[in-house]
Structures are given as structure tokens and as C-alpha cells.
Design a protein around this ligand. Structure first.
Ligand code: CMP
Length: 363
């Protein structure tokens, strides 16, 4: 993609987000009677301008798919099979379709809020959320099942214990289910509360069970997110490690092992990576860009496939020089604990690092 089309794409993406914000704000404002009266034309114009933009967006994306996939048939089928295409179509068609279906104007405009779904395309977090939900679907469903079991049991017991004392609120299991769900989720509106002693004991047990179920749910999601982020970092690192010739000798299997030990670290041009005299906590391999090592004999430039920061890790002494990025750099950071691990598992890599360190110390 050339620079021109990149600029067009990012301008279009910004316009898309502005259109979504405009439509959403207008729909919300339209439900406030005072604003709807005062700003009627502005609200209507924003909703229709946004809807027209969404329609133009669908047409443009179809056209791009046709051009890039070499033909309208293949292009359209690839685009229209994607979830984001359906979101685009729904956002563009929702308000006109609701009006055509005979809904009144106020209700039809509410469908404009569906445009907010388009924002999912611009957030990498949504993809992450989808993958976490897919990977953790089994434990999440088990917790959901446990929730349904506790809910039904709690409602049945509450019905048994409270139906005589409070027939209006606990006179049937469906009625008691309202109390049970409000108590399990610890929302506790207080509109239905047990009055008998056994009923209150049951309420305490149900509240604690509710906290347990939601804690489990949160724990599963949190570990799912952590796993997914670790996997993503690992894949990114794998690519980066494979690019560094220093590691190319170790073979594909071991690149995975090394990738687990390294962390991607980006620095901007002109940024100081570390200063002379600081304690050494990590060494760095340069994937792209270049740095300047400010040694007393004059600055030394290190480029791709270079490494630095190893001397402090080997000797345990403070940094011997300040290192500054000459341009934007992608570095792979090897922490001190991981450095020791690598020294044990890959002594041949460490020999190369030790030799270079000795040469630098002597120069
Ligand atoms: P460290 O002492 O941890 O921090 C400064 C780093 O600069 C040092 O490790 C080396 O990696 C690097 N360095 C020191 N002297 C030289 C040199 N003469 N040439 C290239 N790099 C050097």
C-alpha cells in the first residue's frame, strides 16, 4: 500500500468514527424532549448524514474488496462473509429499514445506535475479548451452569421457607426467582427480603454463593486474558527473534525457548536506553534501528544484530556507558534472571556474548 492510500484510509477511518459519534450523540439527544425540540434539525441532519456515510462506507469497502481480490464475485463473497461487513450493513440500513417497517420516527431513530458496533473494528481489544471468550468458553459455561443451579435451588428453598409468611413476594418459584437473582448478584434492591429466620440464613448463604460464582467468573476471564496476552507476545517475539541473525544458529525449536525469555522493547529516536552508572537489570538485542554507546574513547554505533548492556549483567558492576537510540529502535530485552537461565541452557550463545564483552572491555 502506498503512502497516499494509507493516508486516505486513515482519514476515512477517522471520518467513520466521527460519523458514529455524531449519530450516537444525536440519537441520545433525540430522547431528551427539551433538546429534541430545540435542536430538531441538527439532530435529524446528524442522524441522516451519519447513515449516508455508513452507506458510502459499505459501497467503498465492497469496491476495495473487489479491487484487492481481483473480481467482484470473489471480492464480494470474502467481504460479505466477514462479521464486520454485517455490522457495516446493519449500521447503514437500520434507521431506513425501521422507518420502512412502519415504526414511528422516534423509535426508528433509536436503531441508529447500532452504528456503535462499527467501533469494534478499530479496537484490537475486541478481537482479544473474542478469543478469550472462545478459549475460556468451557469453564465460563460451567460457572454459568453452577449459577443456574444455585439460582433455582435458592428460589425453591426461599419459596418453601417464605411462602406462608410472604405469599405476595414468595408465593411461587418464579416470584422467588426474582429475589434469588437479585441476592445472588448482590444487587439486593430490598424490595423482597425474607422475614423468617431460616429464610434469612438462606439469604446469607445465597449472597456468599453469589460472590463465589462471580469471583470464579472474573478469575477465569482474568487468566484467559493473561494467557492470550502471553501467547500474543510470544508470537510477536518469535518473529523478532527469528529476524536477529545472532539467534538464527539455534534452530526453529530453540527460537521458541529464547522467545519466551525476551521482551519486546521500543525506544524512540534520541531516547536514552540507560545511563552510565545505573545498575544493570537487562541486556538488549537490536532488531531494527541503531544506538550510540557513549564510551570515553568516542561514541560507538551499534546497528541491527548488535547487542549491548551485557557487561553489567556479567560483572554485576554498574553500567559502563550511556546508550542512546539514534533512531526508532525495536529491541529485545533479556532480563537478568532470564540472562542466567540462558547462560545455563545455551552456553554457546553466552560464549559469543562473553567474547564480545571481553573485547569491549579491552578496547
Ligand atoms: P553495560 O556496561 O552493561 O552498559 C553499557 C554498555 O555499552 C556495555 O554494557 C556494553 O554492552 C556497551 N559497550 C561498552 N563499551 C563498548 C564498546 N567499546 N563498544 C561497543 N559497546 C560497548
Amino acid at each position: 500500500m502506498d503512502a497516499d492510500s494509507r493516508a486516505w484510509r486513515s482519514a476515512w477511518a477517522i471520518a467513520d468514527r466521527v460519523a458514529v459519534a455524531g449519530v450516537v450523540a444525536a440519537v441520545i439527544a433525540d430522547t431528551e424532549h427539551e433538546w429534541a425540540g430545540q435542536w430538531h434539525w441538527l439532530i435529524v441532519a446528524a442522524i441522516w448524514a451519519g447513515t449516508a456515510f455508513f452507506a458510502a462506507d459499505v459501497v467503498l469497502r465492497c469496491r476495495l474488496a473487489i479491487v484487492h481480490r481481483h473480481g467482484w464475485r470473489r471480492g464480494l463473497s470474502v467481504y460479505l462473509r466477514s462479521a464486520s461487513a454485517w455490522v457495516d450493513v446493519v449500521a447503514a440500513a437500520a434507521v431506513p429499514a425501521a422507518l420502512l417497517a412502519g415504526l414511528d420516527r422516534d423509535t426508528a431513530y433509536l436503531f441508529g445506535l447500532l452504528g456503535v458496533l462499527k467501533l469494534g473494528r478499530y479496537s484490537s481489544g475486541m478481537g482479544l475479548l473474542r478469543r478469550v471468550a472462545r478459549n475460556a468458553a468451557e469453564p465460563l459455561l460451567s460457572v454459568l451452569l453452577a449459577f443456574v443451579i444455585v439460582w433455582t435451588l435458592a428460589a425453591t428453598l426461599a419459596y418453601l421457607l417464605e411462602r406462608t409468611a410472604q405469599p405476595a413476594t414468595f408465593g411461587s418459584i418464579p416470584l422467588a426467582m426474582w429475589w434469588a437473582i437479585v441476592t445472588l448478584t448482590t444487587t439486593g434492591y430490598g424490595d423482597a427480603t425474607p422475614v423468617t429466620l431460616p429464610g434469612r440464613v438462606l439469604a446469607g448463604v445465597v449472597m456468599v454463593s453469589g460472590i463465589g460464582v462471580f469471583a470464579l467468573w472474573a478469575g477465569i476471564l482474568a487468566s484467559g486474558f493473561a494467557d492470550e496476552l502471553r501467547r500474543r507476545d510470544f508470537l510477536r517475539n518469535w518473529d523478532l527473534v527469528a529476524k536477529v541473525p545472532f539467534f538464527s544458529s539455534i534452530g526453529a525449536g530453540l527460537i521458541g525457548e529464547v522467545a519466551r525469555l525476551l521482551r519486546r522493547h521500543e525506544v524512540a529516536g534520541g531516547q536514552t536506553v540507560f545511563q552510565a552508572g545505573e545498575p544493570g537489570e537487562a541486556m538488549y538485542f537490536i532488531v531494527s534501528g541503531a544506538v550510540e554507546v557513549r564510551v570515553p574513547g568516542g561514541p560507538v554505533r551499534l546497528g541491527e544484530n548488535g547487542f549491548f548492556g551485557e557487561m553489567a549483567l556479567i560483572s554485576g558492576a554498574p553500567r559502563t556507558a550511556t546508550v542512546v537510540a539514534l533512531d526508532a529502535c525495536i529491541l529485545l530485552e533479556l532480563g537478568v534472571a532470564e540472562f542466567r537461565h540462558l547462560a545455563g541452557s545455551r552456553p554457546e550463545l553466552m560464549d559469543v556474548i562473553h567474547q564480545e564483552s571481553s573485547r569491549r572491555a579491552a578496547s
